[in-house]
Design a protein around this ligand. Structure first.
Ligand SMILES: [Mn+2]
Length: 335
């Protein structure tokens, strides 16, 4: 039986968290996306939304680095909470939409999703691979490491880290695909090649075109087209000219149209079951750049929920009929 998410209620979860990276501001992401009208826009598309509000997090004092890893206990405990909240929402049959927050949250969201749907596959749309281990990370910021903590094949490469004792690897590399990469660290590239992770960097997007990329990406992780899909969308996957308010922008990103096409194709599968929107940072850039960032994010994200660039109408749409009708030019000659 294929997994189907059609007509599912959307469970909205705010994840106002920023301790996976050095800049403040991503904790304001959920509020900024809400203020841009996410609930109203989803409802206009005929989606029922259940807003679960924002999670609250404990900030652990004297959270000294564990080796290279910064804020380990704070990020570890936050992700434990995120995992539980996401698994509850998915367990209740809702499509879980997570508004971040920095991308460290994806460790918790994927872990939580996997507790209910262990057969899930992950589409990671990002400029970065976010799969550094605590030993390969050049920065020690956990938002660049979430996948290493949950990928099964990295047993033996990921040391124990304080705060993460609860994490059980739950994702196989063959169930992960990347789209939009253009800033990948050496350890990450080694992992991608060593384990054969399917990765479409911007070079492949340029070479193949986004249509071919999406076809190959979905075929690679789920050839039978039956499995639940987890989309982890970092807004820095898009070009910084259209999503400027984000912490680690990289030039040469996905265009507005490529972003929309990715989401349209994912929506067409009917199997999107959990979506992360990460790294919107309203403290970066001016008001205009903030607005551009949230509006672009919503326009792209809407495509996950069936908004079509070619237009559409609800299934209960009634086309109004005219009482007095026009007379057309007759096709038979009258004179
Ligand atoms: Mn990311």
């Amino acid at each position: 039986m294929p997994f189907i998410t059609e007509n599912k209620k959307v469970g909205l979860l705010g994840i106002p968290f920023s301790k996976g990276q050095p800049r403040g501001g991503t904790e304001q992401g959920p509020q900024a996306i809400r203020e841009a009208g996410i609930v109203e826009k989803l409802e206009q598309l005929g989606t029922q939304v259940c807003d679960h509000g924002d999670l609250t997090f404990d900030y652990i004092e004297n959270d000294t680095p564990d080796g290279n890893v910064k804020n380990p206990r704070t990020v570890g405990h936050a992700n434990k909470k995120i995992s539980k909240a996401v698994s509850d929402i998915i367990y209740n049959g809702q499509l879980c939409l997570n508004l971040g927050g920095d991308h460290s949250m994806a460790m918790g969201t994927i872990h939580g999703h996997a507790q209910v749907e262990p057969d899930l596959v992950v589409v990671w749309v990002d400029a970065h691979a976010d799969i550094n281990t605590p030993l390969t990370s050049p920065s020690g910021n956990i938002h660049g490491m979430p996948l290493s903590f949950i990928v099964k094949e990295l047993d033996g490469y990921v040391p124990t880290v304080k705060g993460f004792e609860w994490v059980k690897p739950c994702l196989s590399v063959k169930d992960l695909v990347y789209i939009g990469l253009r800033d990948v660290d050496p350890g990450e590239r080694w992992i991608i090649e060593k384990f054969g992770i399917k990765a479409f960097s911007m070079q492949e997007v340029d070479k193949l075109g986004i249509r071919e990329v999406m076809e190959q990406a979905l075929k690679a992780i789920d050839p039978s087209g039956t499995r639940p899909i987890h989309l982890s969308f970092d807004v820095d996957a898009l070009d910084p000219t259209i999503t400027p308010s984000t912490g680690t922008p990289v030039h040469g990103g996905l265009s507005f149209r490529e972003g929309q096409y990715i989401m349209e194709e994912l929506a067409n599968t009917g199997r999107l079951n959990c979506i992360d929107v990460a790294e919107v940072n309203p403290s970066l850039g001016n008001k205009e750049e903030n607005t551009l960032t949230t509006e672009t994010t919503l326009e792209v994200l809407n495509k996950c929920f069936g908004q079509k660039r070619g237009g559409g109408f609800p299934s209960n749409y009634v086309m109004p009929r005219a009482e007095k009708t026009r007379t057309s030019c007759s096709s038979t000659k009258s004179h």
